[in-house]
Design a protein around this ligand. Structure first.
Ligand code: GDP
Length: 301
């Protein structure tokens, strides 16, 4: 993850650290290199520009340049701004939690394009909530388009030790959502995860179905699943979805194979939506809460 960016930034930082005094031009030169590194990592241009402007403004301040360790101070500023770029609300850079604090069952609606890793992520999050938070979870697949999508979720449910709604062939998504809610209430389920249908492209039929499901299920969370390997496309998909249904967060999958990291770095600034989870492999345990401060540490580490 972030391999190239990490190497590039560390080169710049090694040089900054190696110098005693720094002047404004040194900072501007270093920031030009950081900007190139961000763009090579596929960070959206306005996001990279803003980042550099913020770091430069703080770093050319007199206190920084006159300090005993100016290089170190500049690196600290880059770190802080990286945490902000990754979606850290404050200096702690904590992960943005799921809001499940509603009258149960709290509905988590999973949306996204086909192949993004939506079904796998549904099972991963259900398992995580069960194992780490002691929640009773139920999953239901509303994907009636893709053959065997509902069966796929049932198989993952068995592997994860999470119940799935029994399949009734021919039932339509909104009706499945209603039945899932009913069943969740009867079984005192804490969290109901709805795996909605995906398509190859954002289209009207997909959006209409998603809105209809949201209207009956009143989700506490609407999580968009996107593939980090698609870089800026992932950010554009998030933008299209959030114009139709208010997303509460993003699940970024395939972070394990993403050497560049552009989607992770641009998502918050472009869409305003926090990344809540990162998928890091095919196994059901391969998911992490997205913790901006830790991700920044990994990049600068
Ligand atoms: P869906 O069509 O969006 O429901 O996608 P699936 O959940 O079926 O996932 C498609 C493929 O991506 C499967 O082979 C998953 O195992 C794989 N996959 C999902 N998430 C990740 C991830 O975070 N890392 C890796 N390496 N593979 C993943």
């Amino acid at each position: 993850m972030f391999d190239t960016l990490s190497d590039r930034l560390n080169n710049v930082f090694d040089r900054l650290r190696g110098r005693g005094a720094l002047n404004e031009q040194d900072v501007r030169d270093a920031m030009r290199e950081v900007r190139v590194a961000l763009l090579e990592a596929d960070v959206a241009l306005p996001v990279a520009r803003d980042f550099i402007a913020r770091v430069t403004e703080r770093a050319v301040g007199q206190e920084v340049l006159k300090s005993v360790t100016p290089g170190q101070q500049v690196i600290k500023i880059v770190n802080d701004e990286l945490v902000t770029m990754l979606g850290g609300e404050d200096a702690s850079g904590e992960a943005t939690p799921l809001n499940l604090d509603v009258k149960p069952p709290a509905v988590v609606m999973m949306v996204g394009l086909q192949g993004s890793g939506k079904t796998t992520s549904t099972a991963k999050i259900a398992k995580l909530l069960k194992d780490k938070n002691g929640k009773k979870a139920l999953m239901a697949s509303l994907d009636v388009n893709r053959p065997a999508a509902q069966e796929q979720l049932a198989i993952l449910g068995e592997q994860a030790g999470v119940a799935t709604l029994p399949i009734i062939q021919g039932q339509q998504p909104v009706d499945i959502a209603r039945r899932a809610l009913e069943s969740a209430r009867l079984q005192n389920v804490d969290v109901l995860l709805l795996d909605t249908a995906g398509r190859l492209h954002v289209d009207e039929a997909l959006m209409a179905e998603m809105k209809a499901v949201a209207a009956v299920s009143e989700p506490a969370e609407v999580l968009l699943v996107v593939d980090s390997l698609t870089g800026q496309d992932a950010v554009n998909v998030a933008q299209s979805f959030t114009e139709e249904v208010p997303l509460t967060g993003v699940v970024l999958t395939r972070m394990d194979g993403d050497a560049r990291g552009g989607a992770a770095l641009s998502m918050r600034a472009v869409t305003g939506k926090p990344i809540k989870f990162a998928g890091t492999g095919e196994k059901l345990d391969a998911i992490e809460r997205f913790h901006p401060a830790r991700v920044a540490d990994r990049i600068l580490g």
